[in-house]
Design a protein around this ligand. Structure first.
Ligand SMILES: NC(=O)c1ccc[n+]([C@@H]2O[C@H](COP(=O)([O-])OP(=O)(O)OC[C@H]3O[C@@H](n4cnc5c(N)ncnc54)[C@H](OP(=O)(O)O)[C@@H]3O)[C@@H](O)[C@H]2O)c1
Length: 267
């Protein structure tokens, strides 16, 4: 790479950002942020598996996305061991190698201080933290099978800017779970780098979804005023970062937490 020819010759920028021929699993791919990433991946030529609990919705979305490429639905509840194993076993039965795992499925819980129930921690940590770790661990052989030094397998965890700065809403277990996702990303990145698997996190700011419906209905103006770019995130913003992280262009990122938030976390 140091000789004069490679330093000045063309990089092949199109192939640098290409995902063609790769296979991905996106948890929570049936709506919101997961669907934004699934749309981007399918259009980029990735064979995409999406998973979520509601079978009819998951099947319907996979069928709609299949008009632009290949999208397959595997419904499962990954907050419990049986559901998580169902999903992992389906992937193992269909694919010997998995290039990209997007750990996106997540939930939130809001309650005031003094009224926050213990169950609001168990539910959120089971899905937002434990399921990410267990699914990644279970699919390591498939990720490793796709990995090479120049083009490692990618694990992309969806964290949140609520795990970076103190949120305006009282979502105690959620913000703690997202900080945990960010730290788990760094820990796994160090452990898995030597096996040619990178682990990075995206920390989204506000994007339109079922999860943020109430917040945006009530506070979108305030959020946009606080945001240096003066707007909420758009599907292209989320698809763009995921495509970059999954492509050869993102091959040297490992253990990062990338805010995609118009600068909100920096305020
Ligand atoms: N939207 C934002 O502004 C924002 C900001 C920061 C971070 N995030 C993060 O982005 C991720 C996606 O959030 P979103 O806003 O797109 O939320 P959303 O619209 O509520 O979507 C959540 C997705 O996860 C699935 N899901 C929920 N529980 C599940 C379970 N137990 N097993 C399997 N799938 C499950 C849902 O489908 P089913 O209900 O059918 O299972 C759905 O596909 C989350 O990790 C969230 O914390 C979002």
């Amino acid at each position: 790479m140091n000789d004069k020819k490679s330093a000045t010759g063309p990089l092949g920028v199109e192939s640098l950002f290409s995902l063609r021929g790769k296979t991905a699993l996106i948890t929570g791919g049936s709506r919101g942020i997961g669907l934004m990433i699934a749309r981007g991946f399918v259009e980029a030529g990735v064979k995409v598996y999406i998973s979520s609990r509601k079978q009819a919705v998951c099947d319907e979305v996979a069928e709609a996305l299949s008009h632009y490429g290949e999208c397959i639905s595997i419904p499962a509840d990954i907050s419990n061991e049986d559901g998580l194993n169902t999903l992992a076993n389906e992937i193992k039965a269909r694919e010997s190698a998995l290039h990209i795992l997007v750990n996106n499925a997540g939930a939130t819980w809001g309650a005031e201080l003094g009224e926050f129930p213990a169950s609001g921690f168990d539910k959120i940590f089971d899905l937002n933290v434990k399921a990410i770790f267990m699914l990644t661990q279970t699919l390591l052989p498939q990720l490793e099978a796709s990995a090479s030094t120049g083009d490692p397998a990618r694990v992309i965890n969806i964290g949140s800017i609520d795990g970076i700065k103190v949120p305006m809403v009282t979502n105690f277990s959620y913000s703690a779970s997202k900080a945990a996702v960010h730290q788990m990303t760094r820990v796994l990145a160090v452990r898995l780098g030597g096996r040619n698997i990178t682990v990075n996190a995206v920390a989204p700011g506000p994007f339109e979804s079922k999860m943020t419906e109430w917040m945006l209905d009530n506070f979108q103006d305030r959020i946009e005023q606080a945001c240096p770019l003066g707007r909420i995130g758009q599907p292209e913003d989320m698809a763009g970062i995921a495509i970059f992280l999954a492509s050869r262009a993102g091959a040297y990122l490992n253990g990062t937490v990338i805010p995609v938030d118009g600068g909100l976390a920096a305020v």
